[in-house]
Design a binder for this molecule. Sequence first.
Ligand SMILES: Cc1ncc(COP(=O)(O)O)c(C=O)c1O
Length: 549
Amino acid sequence: MSTTLAPYALGAAAVTVALNKIQTRLQLSRAKHPSLMGHSRMARRVAALVPFYEYDEAAFFRSDDAPPEVAAQRRAGFMRLAALYRERFAETVRATDEVEESISDLQFTSAYRVPFQYSRFVREHLKAGSFAAASSGIHVTDLDGNALVDLTGSYGLNVLGHDFYKACMEAGAERVRELGPVLGPYHPVITYNVRRLKEISGLDEVSFHMSGTEAVMQAVRLARYHTRRTHLVRFCGAYHGWWGDVQPGVGNPLPARETYTLTDMSERALRVLRRRNDIACVLVNPLQALHPNAGAPSDSALVDSGRRASFDRAAYTAWLRELRAVCTAKNIVLIFDEVFSGFRLAPGGAQEYFGVQADLVTYGKTLGGGLPIGAVCGRKELMRRFRADRPTDICFARGTFNSHPLVMATMHEFLRRLETPEVRACYADLDAVWNARAERLNARLREAELPVQVGNLSSIWTVCYTQPSRYNWMLQYYLRAEGLSLSWTGTGRLIFSLRFTDAEIDAVIEAFVSAARAMKEDGWWWSSGAITNKSIKRRILREMLAKRF
Ligand SMILES: Cc1ncc(COP(=O)(O)O)c(C=O)c1O
């Protein structure tokens, strides 16, 4: 090339590189979900701007401009519930009050049961307490002796019934009584656990941790170490624990710099995976199949009736297969985060259920047989924490309590029982059984002309609302009055154990319908006919702006 042309050639090359970069960046932007949740940084900025304000007693009952007689009806219903709660949950609430100021987690969960504008008034009058004394069958008994039907699922741990885990804990404690709290050396029960986990995951090696969050941290760290790439991909709305890198949006004081949040079930996301060379791994939480691109549904965010949930097994299976193929082609580590879905959708978890093999799988919750646990299973070459040719280039992961004898023993009991015909029977026709149960409730709700329906992924249900309203979160309090216990996230997630019999489900359905009927009779679902989800959101925005300026 002549020397006079050299600068042009260099210039052309620079322009090509710049254009390529712009295109890659644009592609990434297009692969983000259009919601605020799809834009983590913006979500954090917006969240930081939302001012606190709350409704006084009068506005509490009329935040949708209901006429005075409807507000009076709501107030009467609310005060009736408050009187019932005061009487029925007296000791449980007293015990809760005694520690609430000293347990930060409790303050957080109490404050975020309903949208913040209503929270203080609700806390003053509808406290049910956060203590429990006993569990048996499908019930948890509080300090007042109320046996409530447990739909909390203990955050997903409870796949096989309280009594099952109590038996695992008891037998496990007995098994390792002689060794006690010795850490470092393993108790022999670990050998069986490792063998079974390898069989269940279809992978070569196992590492034990103390929580699901830690298992995810380790899986991502391994993927980064072995690929020598920086970024993880998570899908919009998916929860993977509270570690900073997997929680890039609201809730994390720092932005996650090495995380891409992409649209779930989207060809645009696949395009990003195909094009970029900095992606170490893709994290999948199979629970998102119930509500792709939406966050874990919680009643604190139930400001209108926009919550949606519906599960399309064929579509999600096809998506996972495509994702698998792209990850394989690009040497991206595909991580299934089965902390929630493991052992629930099938004995072999989401991998078995959707028929897709991941490179690394995380488990937690129920695997501990009732005790705290996190585990990673993976392909041999991905699990290795050192390099044969570079002895000081290691991937460190430890943890004082990993492989604790008691946890290994309860896990042993869990895995052993999982193979028994009695437990295998709980998994028979899971989809057919649980879809029919959800549909039975939906049919009853439709017949009774109540504006509520549930969506379900097997035994995990989400309550959705079919008519715009600002008060849907009140349903959790009516449900409790009917003896149904939900977790602090309210009607967003009802988690059943697989032990529920048809008769028990029918009782839940009756209680649910009674609760919704009482709520309707108390006027909470009154509508002017002009209210829409959009108008509700607009109104809240106006209230916030008025507060701020
Ligand atoms: C899919 C998933 N991953 C990770 C976690 C975090 O597990 P842990 O709460 O044990 O840290 C959770 C917890 O809900 C989860 O559902």
